[in-house]
Write a protein that binds this ligand. Sequence first.
Ligand SMILES: [Zn+2]
Length: 246
Amino acid sequence: MLSVPLWIAAGLIGPCLGSFVATAALRRTTSEQVAFGRSHCDHCGVALSYVSTVPVLSYIRLRGACQACGARIDASHLIGEIVGGVILLSALAAASPPRAGLLAALGLTLLASSVHDLKTQRLPDSFTAVVAGCAAALAWLQSEQTFWLGLVCACTAFVALEAMRRSFIWLRRKPGLGFGDVKLVTALALWLGLATPWAVALASLMGLAAALRQPAERRLAFGPWIAVAAWCVGLAGEARLWPSLT
Ligand SMILES: [Zn+2]
């Protein structure tokens, strides 16, 4: 049973980490200095006071607009803060603190990938490489057998999804699934193992529902749906709520 201070700390640190990760991912899309620049308005560039950067509360207090120029603050900041909190708290709920730390690193990297994909329709290889590293470490810490099984599932997922992607291009003359999506699922399969098809199915259902709600000519960013589905299926496995064959 975890102590109350640990839950409170996770609830406070999570939104700050989520805010940092979402901002860094947004800045990467505009080639801005990623990590060390002072928080500022994306429109007028005015530096934000520390009171204006308190996660969630500042956004509500400022009603989602810059105090200096009145321009709308990108909702990705608020979503990043909330998701950061959810990631840390759900990781702690599903696993013991050391393993939850590794899960949180995986979840926050998925958050960065999702923000980047929503803005640019691209999943950076560097983020996917971090996801693969965390996923492999989680499997290895479980057992050596889980690690090798994860590796077999990752190779199978890559071959199956890449075959599907190429068939789609050959049949329809346009890409359905992005190569970045294939690489992200492959990285996550190291952790998800035999549960990978369930995560892919859940991501496809959510992606399809999202695609029906947006204009047909706009390409859907599938990365965020892969991230959400993998997080739900993976954490259910961590919490032993998912039937595991290993
Ligand atoms: Zn401004």
